[in-house]
Unconditional design. Structure first.
Lengths: 260, 70
């Protein structure tokens, strides 16, 4: 299992993303000017301030050569995770619905947040189940899994129009919500992370890659990367004759390796 | 190109400006919204709308208006 981690001018979380991905598999950096995704089975679009956040966060990064390949990879069913600025880029690229707007408090905010896993069965949260599921009372609904993960951004207010929000809820596309009292940025319906309709593209504002080591206080972010590994390795082993993300993207981008 | 937040979408920047104005003695100001101005020279006016749709504005959350200066 190999992760490809994009790097734009102005990205700043790609090293932590590589580090987190390497806890569960291989990972390699992909410079924004390259079209070759280097055989990655899954892509991480990391956080930071791509192209200085000029115009709107993510607006220019969306047109990077590497993003053309990522869009083709995603359309072919490949797993793509966008974190913070990466989430903004995926929205701008129309791989995810909605948009991220300036925080309602107009401040850059950096803090640990509790997130509820609204759908523990998604391709990105399958490994995020908590140990306690219903307890002794079989009639009780299981408590939602809570992840403690840092968030740090000034453009994190998730917005989509009412019809889109209703469709997201109906399709189970809202994967992560800020726990009660944790929605500091004004996101509609407390949305912290959404997936696309097909389920292979996911964006979240908080930073799972900064929560993979007890040294920094929480290892809850690791389950996002572990879930992706399970999804990829499950799908390739069950799908010997047909599609695999690796072969799909190699066909889409034949040998266009960049200068690096 | 004048680019502004769509009506009905929370505009905290506009609200902050609106709250600041009375403190300077400008009473009764309402409906403050803050957007962006993009000035450019183009060889062909027909390029303007697609460039707004694709890059300069996010039509999901912003309205834009094109003004030709000459």
């Amino acid at each position: 299992m190999k992760f490809g981690v994009l790097q734009f001018p102005g990205s700043c979380d790609e090293v932590d993303a590589l580090h987190a991905a390497r806890r569960v598999g291989d990972a390699e950096l992909i410079w924004h000017a390259e079209r070759d995704l280097k055989g990655a089975d899954a892509i991480v679009v990391p956080g930071g301030f791509s192209y200085g956040d000029y115009l709107r966060a993510g607006a220019i990064a969306r047109f990077a050569p590497a993003m053309e390949s990522v869009i083709a990879f995603a359309r072919g069913g490949g797993l793509v995770l966008g974190i913070c600025n990466g989430f903004q880029v995926l929205c701008e690229a129309h791989l995810l619905p909605g948009a991220l707007l300036p925080n309602s408090n107009l401040r850059f905010t950096c803090r640990q947040v509790d997130l509820e896993v609204a759908h523990p069965d998604s391709a990105f949260t399958g490994a995020c189940r908590s140990d306690e599921d219903g307890g002794e009372d079989p009639g009780r609904a299981p408590a939602p899994t809570i992840l403690s993960i840092p968030a740090k951004h000034s453009w994190g207010r998730y917005y989509a129009d009412e019809a889109t929000l209703q469709a997201l809820e109906a399709n189970g596309q809202v994967i992560l919500r800020y726990a009660p009292g944790e929605n500091f940025n004004g996101s509609l319906r407390d949305i912290a992370g959404v997936r696309n309709e097909a389920g292979n593209v996911f964006g979240m504002m908080p930073h799972p890659e900064h929560a993979v080591d007890p040294l920094t206080g929480s290892t809850d972010g690791l389950c996002i990367f572990e879930s992706m590994r399970l999804t990829v390795e499950g799908s390739t082993s069950q799908n010997k004759a047909g599609w695999s993300p690796k072969s799909k993207h190699t066909t889409a981008t034949p040998g266009a390796r960049g200068a690096g | 190109m004048l680019i502004r937040p769509k009506a009905g979408i929370l505009d905290p920047q506009g609200e902050a400006v609106q709250r600041a104005l009375p403190a300077l003695g400008f009473a009764g100001v309402s409906n403050v919204h803050v957007g962006r101005l993009v000035e450019l020279d183009v060889p062909d006016e027909a390029q303007l709308q697609p460039m707004c749709e694709k890059l300069l504005a996010n039509p999901l959350v912003e309205d834009y208006e094109v003004q030709l200066l000459s």
